[in-house]
Design a protein around this ligand. Structure first.
Ligand SMILES: Nc1ncnc2c1ncn2[C@@H]1O[C@H](COP(=O)(O)OP(=O)(O)OP(=O)(O)O)[C@@H](O)[C@H]1O
Ligand SMILES: O=P(O)(O)OC[C@H]1O[C@H](OP(=O)(O)OP(=O)(O)O)[C@H](O)[C@@H]1O
Length: 206
């Protein structure tokens, strides 16, 4: 039995579709209602969790494998896992975004930057050698500049439609993001065959 934690929502749907394409029986998952733990005929036990919690389950050895966005990996302080695969789905990117005038504006004070991903934002500005104030928001981060809480945001951009709808634009691209398969180090040792069966299937090698 291989135990998997998967990020609920977008990632869950796309990874399960990939596995179904490779012949795994994903029907119990596609047909689930509000259940948070499902077992399939192929010996997979899958739990559906918030992205940060996927890493918590992996860290505590509750699951062998996790599927999360690289955004979550970049933001987390936990890194004692093996990153085995870039699934090249759930693609989006981190960007510094603001109103167009941000680029020309001269700031007499520290800039204020709102983000749900404060670690990523801090790292970006540290690399730029710029001292800014980072303000944590849990979502609807675009509100930062819109309501005057911040001068800019560091957030995920996919289609760009949220930015456009709020008059904002990408000032600088920070990093690409995609879905990754991560593996608990102990599981890697003891469930190697099952793990590689999954990896090969996801790579389309099976
Ligand atoms: N447009 C997008 N916005 C946010 N995440 C995206 C987007 N496109 C792909 N992703 C990826 O999907 C993952 C899950 O996103 P989702 O919006 O389902 O949850 P979340 O924003 O991390 O958390 P929450 O459940 O609090 O909204 C992200 O971690 C990211 O890797
Ligand atoms: O470029 P787009 O295709 O418009 O996607 C980007 C938007 O999607 C995400 O928000 P999400 O929908 O996860 O909601 P949230 O603001 O509550 O995090 C992200 O934080 C942006 O707001």
């Amino acid at each position: 039995m291989i135990k998997i934690a998967i990020t609920k929502g977008r990632i869950e749907k796309q990874v399960c579709q990939l596995l179904a394409k490779q012949g795994f029986d994903m029907d119990p998952i596609f047909n689930k209602d509000r259940e948070l733990l499902i077992e399939t005929k192929d010996g997979i036990q899958m739990i559906f969790a918030k992205s940060n919690d996927v890493l918590t389950f992996l860290e505590h050895g509750i699951v062998d494998v996790g599927f999360v966005g690289s955004d979550t990996l970049m933001e987390s302080d936990y890194d004692d896992y093996y990153e085995m695969l870039d699934l090249e789905i759930g693609k989006c990117y981190f960007a510094l975004c603001a109103y167009p005038e941000y680029k020309e504006k001269h700031f007499e004070r520290r800039k204020k930057i709102a983000s749900k991903y404060t670690k990523v934002a801090k790292q970006y500005f540290a690399n730029q050698r710029e001292d800014v104030e980072i303000i944590k928001l849990e979502g609807s981060v675009e509100l930062g500049p819109v309501v005057g809480l911040s001068d800019a945001i560091v957030d995920i951009v996919e289609t760009g439609s949220t930015l456009k709808a709020n008059g904002l634009e990408v000032i600088d691209k920070v990093a690409d993001v995609s879905t990754r398969m991560v593996v608990n180090k102990v599981s890697y040792k003891y469930k190697r065959d099952e793990i590689f069966k999954l990896i090969n299937a996801l790579k389309g090698d099976e």
